[in-house]
Ligand binder design. Structure first.
Ligand code: TXA
Ligand code: MG
Length: 337
């Protein structure tokens, strides 16, 4: 896809989607689109979101339609402040504590909803997932609006999440008028989701940039089994985050087996030997945060290169590495199930 520079800081895509650099006029333009019920691509510190007015039924419906997302998969609602969230959600002390520590940031908290949040947003659940994002562009958009923004990751349902504005324009550009350009997302994997409906028994529904240890939650309270997860967080399917190319995983520090000449291999770091043009790596130093940051972008790049299979190395199972391995397992599940 060609991206041509155009005047007034606007890059015109071959689709109808415009990638807008950060300036006052472009923020105002996105605010107006959202007020008119449109959806807009926005950068967050995790992945790009597809934002729409969370209090407007037709905007929410548009989000589901554009993503091709089933209505059983509830959306995260993003607020400018805890005060703004309190109008729509019932907080408890445990939630306040984590919010004070981690918001704005990559933490999503599931709490009982008030009537102002529609069943469409929550897929009929009595709870709602909420987050105060840390990205300055998303925050300045929220500050300008008098409604919260529902925003799932801005990818077609089931595909790899976008970590650059070009990913949104390429996969959803036909249906999204604009994406605000925040460059590559810092974390590169989606927020950690914690269910705090029962303050005495917090549960991690999705691992993310904030680890169980940092949250002070026992990792035994992470929901692992597919059935349990599907009940606790509908839409969190085993098969997700999948590129079109087949994915096979191999152990951390190990080697892939049975590679064909049409396959690519993706390591954590540059391997000491056997580097060919079909060998890729995610980090110079092996730092897990850097691996997470580059992961989805690299997978989307490799997905466009006509390989038959991507052999991807798992990462060390700690910190954000738990989230990386979770996304990798689900990317690979599609073909092995
Ligand atoms: O980092 C993120 O969380 C990004 C950015 C844009 O904020 N958003 C994101 O949204 O990843 P999405 O829709 O791709 O994933 C959110 C997941 C859903 O799949 C759903 O399972 C879960 O959150 N979820 C939403 N509401 C829920 C609820 N009330 N109870 C349990 N799980 C819920
Ligand atoms: Mg998603």
């Amino acid at each position: 896809m060609s991206v041509n520079a155009a005047p007034n800081g606007l890059k015109q895509m071959t689709s109808t989607c415009r990638i807008l650099e950060l300036n006052e006029a472009n923020l105002e333009h996105c605010k107006q689109l959202l007020q008119a019920g449109q959806v807009v691509g926005v950068p967050t510190e995790t992945v790009y979101g597809l934002a729409g007015n969370a209090l407007c039924e037709s905007s929410v419906r548009k989000i589901f339609e554009v993503k091709g997302r089933p209505l059983i998969d509830p959306l995260i609602v993003h607020f400018a402040s805890i005060r703004a969230a309190e109008a729509h959600v019932v907080f408890n002390d445990a939630a306040r504590e984590l919010a004070a520590k981690f918001w704005p940031g990559p933490l999503t908290i599931v709490l009982p909803k008030k009537d102002s949040i529609s069943d469409l947003v929550t897929a009929g659940l009595t709870s709602v997932a909420i987050r105060i994002p840390g990205h300055p562009i998303f925050r300045s958009l929220l500050d300008r609006l008098d409604f919260p923004l529902a925003a799932p990751s801005a990818n077609p349902f089931g595909y790899v999440s976008p970590t650059r504005p070009e990913h949104v324009a390429k996969t959803l550009g036909e249906f999204v008028p604009a994406v605000l350009d925040g460059g590559p997302c810092m974390h590169g994997v989606e927020s950690t989701i914690v269910d705090l409906r029962d303050a005495a028994s917090p549960k991690i529904l999705r691992p993310g940039p904030i680890s169980a240890e940092a949250l002070g939650i026992s990792s035994e309270n992470s929901i692992e089994s597919t059935d349990e997860r599907a009940q606790a967080a509908p839409g969190m399917m085993t098969q997700h985050y999948s590129p079109n190319t087949m994915v096979k995983l191999f152990e951390h520090s190990g080697q892939p087996t049975s590679i064909s000449r049409h396959d690519a291999v993706l390591y954590n770091t540059k391997p000491a030997t056997q580097v060919s043009e079909k060998t890729y790596w995610l980090s110079e130093s092996g730092d897990t945060r850097e691996i997470a940051h580059n992961l989805f972008s690299m997978i989307q790049k490799l997905d466009g290169l006509n390989y038959h299979c991507l052999h991807i190395e798992r990462v060390t199972e700690s910190g954000i590495g738990i989230a990386v391995n979770d996304r990798l397992s689900r990317a690979a599940a599609r073909r092995s199930n």
